[in-house]
Design a binder for this molecule. Structure first.
Ligand code: SF4
Length: 175
């Protein structure tokens, strides 16, 4: 059975920087939970960040790829460089995905870790720009299909396609 990696905050876990969650009530997610498909991950906690913690953004909104290449940093609202725990968290997410032979992840949009289409621009003024977080980037370049919480239907269609194809081992997919 295909398992699916899901951001812990979408599952109601109080892991966000301010101790809140972003629980999704989407019926597809509820179905996956009932089928015992879901593997929960909060990359930031996995990387060693506490709850609560200061909000963080990728400097200049440059995206996770630049962070992984050490060409830019994740900074918190005090200006501290928190890139290391974000990279460790991404590596942990990938390790867990590989352990469970996961091909699909649904991650919280907008996060400097989990965002898959948009991230904040580094100004801490609530401005979103096109880009992806550190974990979403690492998963994608490692061949995992990453969706946001607005794309449960697309993720489920991908799941049905993979199961129809009998895919059981990691696949090669470039973003
Ligand atoms: Fe949610 Fe991801 Fe942020 Fe953790 S790192 S709180 S799972 S968006």
């Amino acid at each position: 059975m295909q398992r699916i990696l899901v951001s812990a905050c979408l599952l109601g876990e109080q892991v966000r920087y301010d101790g809140s969650h972003k629980q999704s009530r989407h019926p597809i997610l509820q179905q996956w939970v009932a089928e015992n498909r879901v593997i929960s991950i909060c990359p930031e906690l996995s990387g060693g960040m506490p709850v609560p913690r200061l909000p963080a953004e990728i400097a200049s909104g440059e995206g996770g790829e630049k962070v992984l290449q050490r060409q830019t940093s994740v900074v918190d609202s005090s200006g501290a460089d928190v890139s290391h725990p974000f990279i460790v968290g991404a590596q942990n997410a990938l390790r867990i995905a590989r352990l469970h032979e996961i091909h699909i992840a649904v991650l919280k949009e907008g996060s400097p870790s989990c965002g898959s289409h948009q991230v904040y621009d580094g100004s801490f003024k609530g401005h979103l720009v096109a880009g992806q977080g550190v974990t979403a980037t690492l998963l994608r370049i490692s061949g995992i299909f990453v969706f946001s919480e607005m794309e449960f239907n697309d993720a489920h269609n991908m799941l049905l396609d993979l199961e129809a194809d009998g895919i059981a081992s990691p696949i090669s997919h470039k973003p």
